[in-house]
Design a protein around this ligand. Structure first.
Ligand code: AMP
Ligand code: FES
Ligand code: ZN
Length: 307
C-alpha cells in the first residue's frame, strides 16, 4: 500500500477519501481537516485564547497537538472524575503530554473541589453515570473558561461521536436538540463560545494521528459508559460506512450545511405555537360584570420548554 501523496509506504488507508497516507502525510491530512473545519464553521480566529478540555484520550490530546501546530494559543483543562484507576491513568496521560510540551494545564478534581465524584453523583441522582458526568463536566468547563477569560472552549468530539448523537436525535426527532447540534455554539448568557474542531476526523484517524505523532493516550474506555446507547449507534454507522464509504461524513456534514438551519429556534417556536393554540380556545363565560375587574387579562400558561 503506497502513500497517495509521496508513494512511500502507507500506514493507513482512508476509503472515504480514496487515499492512503504515510505517517508524515497522515499528520498533514489531519491538521488540514481541522483547519478546514475551523474555517468552514467559523470556529476560531488567530488571536483566540483557547481552553481545550482534555480527557487523556486520543481525541482531545490529538486536538491539543493539532491546535498547537496551527498556531493557536492553547491551555488544557483536565477534570478528575474519581472513576478509580481509569481516572488516575487518564490524568497521568494528560500531565505527561502537558509537561513534555510545557503546555499550560489547569486541573479540577471534582471530589476535592465540589465534594462529590461521578460514581457518587450517579448513585445520588439516579441519573445514568454518563449524564451525571456530562453535566458535571460542562459545569466545570464553563466556570473555568469564564473565570480564565478564554475566548473559546474546545472539546475533542469527533465525527463518530457527532454522527452517533445526530442519529440518536433523528431517530426520535428531538428537534430541540437538533437545533443545538452544531460544531460552533456562539457565546451566550455569559457562557463561552464552544467549538468542536475534530468534526471532520473519525476516531480511527485521531488514534492513528496519536500513534504516528508519538502521543501516548488512555486506550481504555470509561468503565461506567458500558451499554451507552451511542456505542450502538456508532457500530451501526460503521456498518453503513463499510458498505458505503463516506456516508458517515455526508450524514453529519450535509446536516450542517443543508438542514440544521431548519431547526433554528425549533424549541421556542414549538412553545409559541402551543401557546397560541391555548389562547384560541374559547374561554368559559364570566359570571361577574367584567367592567368592574381591572386586573390584567389572565395569560394562559405556556408549557415549560422540555430542557
Ligand atoms: P466524552 O464525553 O467522554 O466523549 O468526551 C468528549 C470530550 O469532552 C473529550 O474529547 C474532551 O474534550 C472532553 N472531556 C471528556 N472528559 C474529560 C475530562 N475528564 N476532563 C476534561 N475534558 C474532558
Ligand atoms: Fe463520564 Fe465515563 S467519562 S461516565
Ligand atoms: Zn507520504
Amino acid at each position: 500500500m503506497k502513500c497517495t501523496v509521496c508513494k512511500g509506504s502507507a500506514v493507513i488507508d482512508l476509503p472515504r477519501h480514496n487515499a492512503n497516507f504515510c505517517g508524515e502525510h497522515l499528520l498533514e491530512f489531519c491538521r488540514r481537516q481541522v483547519e478546514r473545519a475551523i474555517d468552514e464553521f467559523d470556529m476560531l480566529c488567530e488571536t483566540d485564547q483557547v481552553l481545550i478540555a482534555v480527557s487523556g484520550g486520543k481525541d482531545s490530546l490529538a486536538l491539543w497537538d493539532v491546535l498547537d501546530h496551527l498556531g493557536y494559543r492553547t491551555h488544557g483543562l483536565y477534570v478528575g472524575l474519581g472513576i478509580g484507576d481509569y481516572s488516575d491513568t487518564s490524568g497521568d496521560f494528560v500531565r505527561r503530554f502537558a509537561s513534555q510540551r510545557e503546555g499550560a494545564l489547569t486541573e479540577v478534581d471534582l471530589l476535592a473541589e465540589h465534594g462529590y465524584d461521578i460514581p457518587a453523583a450517579a448513585a445520588h441522582t439516579r441519573r445514568s453515570p454518563c449524564s451525571a458526568c456530562g453535566l458535571s463536566k460542562r459545569h466545570v468547563f464553563d466556570r473555568v473558561a469564564l473565570q480564565g477569560g478564554f475566548d473559546a472552549l474546545a472539546t475533542g468530539h469527533n465525527l463518530d461521536d457527532e454522527a452517533a448523537v445526530l442519529l440518536g436525535n433523528v431517530l426520535r426527532w428531538q428537534i430541540e436538540y437538533l437545533e443545538r447540534q452544531r460544531p460552533l455554539l456562539p457565546a451566550r448568557n455569559g457562557l463561552p463560545r464552544k467549538v468542536k474542531p475534530l468534526v471532520r476526523l473519525t476516531e480511527r484517524e485521531t488514534a492513528a494521528y496519536c500513534i504516528v505523532a508519538g502521543i501516548e493516550y488512555q486506550v481504555e474506555e470509561c468503565p461506567m459508559a458500558v451499554g451507552n446507547r451511542h456505542l450502538a449507534y456508532k457500530e451501526t454507522l460503521n456498518d453503513i460506512e463499510v458498505r458505503s464509504p463516506g456516508s458517515k461524513a455526508d450524514f453529519y456534514l450535509s446536516f450542517q450545511r443543508r438542514a440544521v438551519g431548519f431547526f433554528a429556534d425549533a424549541g421556542t417556536r414549538g412553545v409559541r405555537r402551543w401557546s397560541s393554540a391555548m389562547v384560541a380556545v374559547p374561554r368559559a363565560p364570566q359570571r361577574s360584570a367584567p367592567s368592574a375587574d381591572l386586573s390584567p387579562t389572565p395569560v394562559h400558561q405556556a408549557p415549560r420548554h422540555p430542557r
